[in-house]
Design a binder for this molecule. Sequence first.
Ligand code: G6P
Length: 439
Amino acid sequence: MSKGIKIVTIGGGSSYTPELVEGFIKRFDELPVRELWLVDIEAGKEKLEIVGAMAKRMVKAAGVDCEVHLTLDRREALKDADFVTTQLRVGLLDARILDERIPLSHGLIGQETNGAGGIFKALRTVPVILDIVEDMKELCPNAWLINFTNPAGMVTEAVLRYGKWDKVVGLCNIPVNAVFEEAEILEEKPKNLFFQFAGINHLHWHTVVDSKGNDRTDELIGKMYGQEEAKSIVANIKDNNLIFEQVENLHMVPCPYHNYYYYTDKMLAEELEDFKNNGTRAEKVKQIEQELFDLYKDPKLDYKPQQLAERGGARYSDAACEIINSIHNDKRTTMTVSTRNNGTITDLPSDTAVEVTCMITGKGPIPYTFGSFEPKQRGLLQLMKSMELLTIDAAVTGDYGTLLQAFTMNPLVTSGDVAKQVMDELLEAHKQYLPNFFN
Ligand code: G6P
């Protein structure tokens, strides 16, 4: 029997954990996870206990030989880990509520990964991830870090650039969802299609080719955008406002987050409407989480409930298991992840993190070469990458001026006094999670 694999999941009390456990159970023959350590912090202890008990029931019901450990001691867990997954949320959902409410109250997009809110999520998260990397250097220097903490692209960039840690893969479910949903639209099996994604997290475009070598991108665009209203492929973005003429002209399919850049006015109007009637997305997520945890408490529940699909991040965790499987077994699966550019997209620096289609090998992701974008995509991409670099720099240095540059540059933040006012309010609101700015 092989030694088996030790996985450590930081933010283990998350409502997404049952999907991760399900993913490991179904791959157990190929990927014998013998130890799963779920780590959380004191404030997440209750959730950790509920979801941890459920994870133990799932493993028992499946009859796999895997020990599930629950702990608040991250360093104890990290010792000799093979893979570390991160799904933490610094400041919990309450911090996300502020990221969404404060910009909205000034008439700006209030979103967890884009605009002002996304910048602040990065400021809170980057120092914590870099601490985790320091612990990994000491306690499990051979481990891979699979990160799905948002903003996933900026977190990957920070790990590569400031953590000086190469064994990192950033994961997002948008490409995963696109493959499933769009294969269905093309009436094909996902395995018969090759999707090539290029860009950065939450700002990428893709093409699709079938197994006979036919480029099916324009057909897909016609089917998605040519008729009635285009549907959204992700639960947290309700409407797809993009119009056929624009997407047709790109000859590439944009990701759902392009709605924020191409149709800022409509997205803002929708957010404000929701804000007035039901509160922000984070408040809705709080309710969904409550319902999920009520279900997880049921001692008879030993499988992932259907309701988890209401969360925007559905399919994340299963994809994480597949990446781990592919690295462990050198399976060379094709998946889209955030990784170092290494010349794949010639419009961006080589040492920067990009989200691209890769072959996941035993030595990590190897990107399929993309080349260069046309000006219609390149402009926004380079702007957003610069914005990300400034945000990460600000997160590490705590420099007010650098942060203001990132704010002013972000297309979802109106520049001038509003930018400064929103930024100051967010700094004050998140003070306790921003030691680099306040110490
Ligand atoms: C999308 C994004 C994720 C994000 C999630 C939010 O799927 O790709 O990065 O975390 O939605 O979902 P939620 O249910 O928390 O609003």
